[in-house]
Design a protein around this ligand. Structure first.
Ligand SMILES: *Cc1c(COP(=O)(O)O)cnc(C)c1O
Length: 394
């Protein structure tokens, strides 16, 4: 069959990087194999030396994983991708591949619990120094730069309070000082935000969230330039082994075929839910930068195509009222996943951000009356009714 040059991103995400076999299968093939065989000892030598290209071992590369990586690069707008077993493997690998004892990392304070744990308590065990800054304030990034600063790290929007970092400003400052910027772009997904456009060097994802979006598999990805992938990332990840299973990569490739539709639809429902919750008499306030009266609305509009499907809100009351609300929910599940087709709610202070100290939680406004909601693909009326009955019967 002759080929046509596909122009649209959706068409490319559906037809791109297929790696079809001689069996002429219609769907993406799934190579559940750990190894690949060689026609001769000479060929094995040539492939190991790099004189000939070819798959060797799934910890290094695999055709099914290759399809997922190429599609991720396409949707993110970066040159290349290395897939990992989880989002956290992507966060950790993206840092450790380029750091050594004596280096310094600057990170925004507002972080997902496990990201915070890696930066505060794990990499610091290896002679790496760390400073935390208020990500919203460009001056605070500038103030922490030292001669040994190698990495800026942040999430935008942050989990769970949705604080934004001005990517263009922070990346410009980093370039001037020869610092690499790693952005955790998990919360709004590659559908709604492409950090490479604003100068980010490395972008990390959890495939577990919107990319699968149906609660089935773990997975992650590190996006970067081809040069960074080949020279820094690949040698580190090949040998340390946080590789993704081909089966999970296959599930995620199929997820990428529908992620645009899902995220846009979920975002539309979420914007309506923000209005509904903001006016509810049991709700104190809602965190969602993509709404007109929010202090970071202009920045949100500049960086994101839409607001995304995650919001958080403060219930009038304390922990007891927040727990009551969660326990009253009938359709919405209590679950710490996000980006799923099913609506999910969680109490961050006692779960995803439990590991933080009281002071760290209060710095990030993760109060005991805060609930995070990931809006699913159910009908607006049903989600709204469940929230309403659960709030009203607190
Ligand atoms: C979920 C999440 C991660 C970790 O991804 P996993 O796939 O669960 O390892 C990292 N950062 C943020 C912001 C997340 O929401």
């Amino acid at each position: 069959m002759s080929k046509i040059d596909l122009k649209g991103k959706n068409s490319k995400l559906i037809h791109g990087a297929l790696n079809k076999t001689h069996f002429r299968e219609q769907s993406e093939s799934l190579f559940l194999t750990s190894g690949f065989v060689y026609q001769s000892a000479e060929q094995a030598e040539a492939i190991f030396k790099g004189d000939e290209t070819g798959f060797q071992y799934t910890r290094y590369a695999n055709p099914t994983i290759d399809t997922f990586e190429k599609r991720m690069a396409l949707i993110d707008g970066s040159e290349s991708c290395f897939a990992t077993a989880s989002g956290m493997a992507a966060v950790f690998g993206s840092m450790m591949c380029q750091l050594q004892a004596g280096d310094h990392v600057v990170s925004a304070t507002a972080l997902f619990g496990s990201c915070r744990e890696i930066i505060k308590n794990i990499i610091t065990r290896y002679g790496i120094k760390v400073s935390f800054v208020d990500g919203k304030n460009i001056k605070s990034w500038e103030k922490e730069i030292k001669s040994n600063t190698k990495i800026f790290f942040f999430e935008t929007p942050s989990n769970p309070c949705l604080e934004l970092v001005d990517m263009e400003a922070v990346c410009k400052l980093a370039k001037k000082n020869n610092i690499k910027v790693i952005v955790d772009n998990i919360l709004v997904s590659p559908v709604l935000q492409n950090p490479s456009k604003f100068g980010a060097d490395i972008i990390v994802y959890s495939g577990t969230k919107h990319i699968d979006g149906q609660g089935r598999t773990m997975g992650g990805a590190i996006l970067s330039s081809e040069k960074f992938r080949e020279e820094i990332l690949k040698p580190f990840l090949r040998h340390t082994g946080p590789c993704i299973s081909p089966f999970n990569a296959w599930v995620l490739s199929k997820g990428l075929e529908t992620v645009h539709l899902r995220v846009v639809e979920q975002s539309k429902t979420t914007e309506k839910m923000v209005e509904f919750l903001s006016e509810h008499n049991k709700v104190d306030s809602v965190n969602y930068p993509f709404k007109k009266n929010h202090a970071q609305y202009e920045l949100a509009k500049k960086q994101q195509k839409m607001g995304g499907n995650v919001l958080s809100f403060y219930i009038k009351g304390e922990k007891k009222e927040a727990f009551n609300f969660l326990n009253n929910l009938k359709m919405i599940d209590i679950c710490n996943n996000l980006g799923d087709t099913k609506s999910l709610a969680i109490h961050p202070a006692t779960t995803t951000h439990r590991i933080l100290t009281d002071e760290e939680r209060s710095d990030q406004n993760i109060c005991d009356n805060l609930v995070r909601l990931s809006v699913g693909l159910e009908d607006f009326e049903d989600i709204k009714n469940d929230l309403d009955q659960a709030l009203s019967s607190i």
